[in-house]
Design a protein around this ligand. Structure first.
Ligand SMILES: Cc1ncc(COP(=O)(O)O)c(C=O)c1O
Ligand SMILES: N[C@@H](CCSC[C@H](N)C(=O)O)C(=O)O
Length: 453
């Protein structure tokens, strides 16, 4: 390059300098590594609602919204490679890093990792298992989790014990020195059973100090529960649900405190290539900002709807109701009841008619979205669990799951009332209406098992 093209020789100087000093750009400006993450956890400085929206970026242009680094590759400054913070998006991407560090803070973890779905997160976690390892898990589990565990027990030589995790003594009885992982959900999906995380974590670690206690926190989100503070080693969740809140992306989040564990999980993510894309990382980061207000509104609505159904004679499962058999246990761990509840009608056909009569409530799987959803888990989200297993696990075929959104609660109740009447689920009198055929106790199964899909 001639001096006329480069009068002061500044570019040569900068090029030489930048080999050693990576934060100087081509024009010699001091350049912070692009978007520096939200501050790593250093003790909670603010209330969670504040932390959700507060991110300290040091983007070179002070962008208020973290930029989407839609790039697969990052140029290096020398042929020896590995000098820049990023080289390839499968291994790391600034938008994803920002999200991960923001999540670590919110989840009260030392490290968070984001992948392409909640099931992707569980896949990464279970890749730590080896043939002969034993896993203890619940008898009421999200259908996809059950399916992956079944696959691992059929094809991977992993022994999976499904026990009633609401009874810590059942979990303890299944433990031995080969127990490598205890996998918990609370509240369970869809029976809304509560699991005592601290007691089970203590028992698992004393049976085998190397055992990993992993908690699926999808139902409550970090807004309402922090399993790592209760003795869990890994917390993971489907970011498709509350964290993002709009059903416009799929994501999975994993968080840990142990550095070695974090490194192992990261290795698998890089090796298998399931890290969350830059655009979905950005969308998830945007969704997280409103988690506090969404959850507050959603669980306020859910409480009203649970009380409405119970007051009209339905058997309702929701930890915000004093009638929940594990009300005290739930509130000893969590800061809220969440926004998923289920109820029974006593008749699978009546349940079907209710679901199909609702208008505001969309017939849809999933939960955590701003819109209210209604579903029959045995035919939808949990259809991958065969009818025989569902019956053995006392999963009522008529159970209806409500995933409550942010709409006006009166509108939701009006729509549900109309659906209950239209479906013939209630006895209407001059004084109001009352559930028909609700002679069931929690956990008692009704007839009418439908075939697995
Ligand atoms: C409790 C629970 N865990 C995990 C998952 C899996 O998440 P994803 O659908 O994002 O893979 C789901 C739902 O799909 C779920 O309900
Ligand atoms: N067809 C899907 C069903 C997804 S269910 C989603 C969510 N976890 C829920 O509980 O509603 C599948 O087979 O995985």
């Amino acid at each position: 390059m001639s001096n006329s093209q480069n009068p002061s020789g500044i570019k040569d100087k900068v090029a030489a300098l930048s080999k050693n000093f990576q934060t100087v750009d081509i024009d010699g400006h001091d350049l912070p590594p692009s978007p520096a993450p939200s501050t790593p956890r250093n003790g909670r400085k603010y209330a969670l609602a504040t932390e959700l929206v507060y991110t300290e970026g040091s983007d070179q242009y002070n962008a208020s919204s973290v930029p989407i680094y839609q790039s697969a590759t990052f140029k290096q400054t020398s042929a020896s490679g590995g000098q820049g913070e990023y080289d390839y998006t499968r291994s790391g991407n600034p938008t994803r890093s920002h999200l991960e560090r923001h999540l670590a803070k919110i989840m009260r973890a030392n490290r968070a990792l984001v992948v392409s779905s909640g099931m992707g997160a569980l896949d990464v976690i279970t890749r730590m298992l080896r043939p002969g390892d034993e896993v203890i898990t619940g008898d009421d589990l999200y259908g996809g989790t059950n399916r992956l565990l079944k696959y691992l027990s059929t094809h991977g030589g992993i022994v999976v014990h499904h026990v009633d995790t609401t009874k810590p003594e059942s979990v303890t009885a299944a433990m031995n020195s080969r127990t490598t992982m205890v996998l918990l959900e609370t509240p369970t999906n869809p029976l809304i059973k509560i699991v005592d995380i601290p007691s089970i974590a203590t028992a698992a670690h004393s049976a085998n100090p190397g055992a990993i206690v992993a908690v699926d926190n999808t139902m409550l989100s970090p807004m309402l529960l922090n399993p790592l503070d209760l003795g869990a080693d890994i917390v993971y969740e489907s970011g498709t649900k509350y964290l993002s809140g709009h059903h416009d992306l799929m994501a999975g989040v994993i968080a840990v405190n142990d550095q070695v564990l974090g490194d192992k999980l990261y290795f698998t993510i890089n090796a298998s290539g399931c890290g969350l894309s830059p655009f979905d990382s950005w969308l998830l980061l945007r969704g997280i900002k409103t988690l506090g207000v969404r959850m507050e509104k959603q669980q306020g609505n859910a409480q009203r709807i649970a009380e409405f159904l119970e007051s009209h004679g339905f058997k309702v499962r929701y930890p915000g109701l004093k009638s929940h058999p594990q009300y005290d246990l739930h509130w000893s761990m969590a800061r809220g009841a969440g926004a998923v509840l289920s109820f029974e009608t006593g008749d699978v056909n009546v349940s079907e008619r209710i679901v199909e009569s609702a208008r505001l409530w969309a017939i849809s799987v999933s939960f955590g979205c701003v819109n209210s959803l209604i579903s029959m888990p045995c035919r939808m989200s949990h259809a991958s669990i065969d009818a025989k297993t569902r019956a053995e696990r006392a999963m009522p075929e008529d159970i209806i799951r409500l995933c409550v959104g942010i709409e006006d609660a009166d509108d939701l109740i009006d729509d549900l009332s109309r659906a209950l009447v239209q479906a013939g689920a209630v006895n209407v009198t001059l004084d109001g209406f009352h559930a028909l055929g609700n002679g069931q106790e929690v956990g008692e199964s009704s007839s009418g098992a439908s075939p697995p899909s």
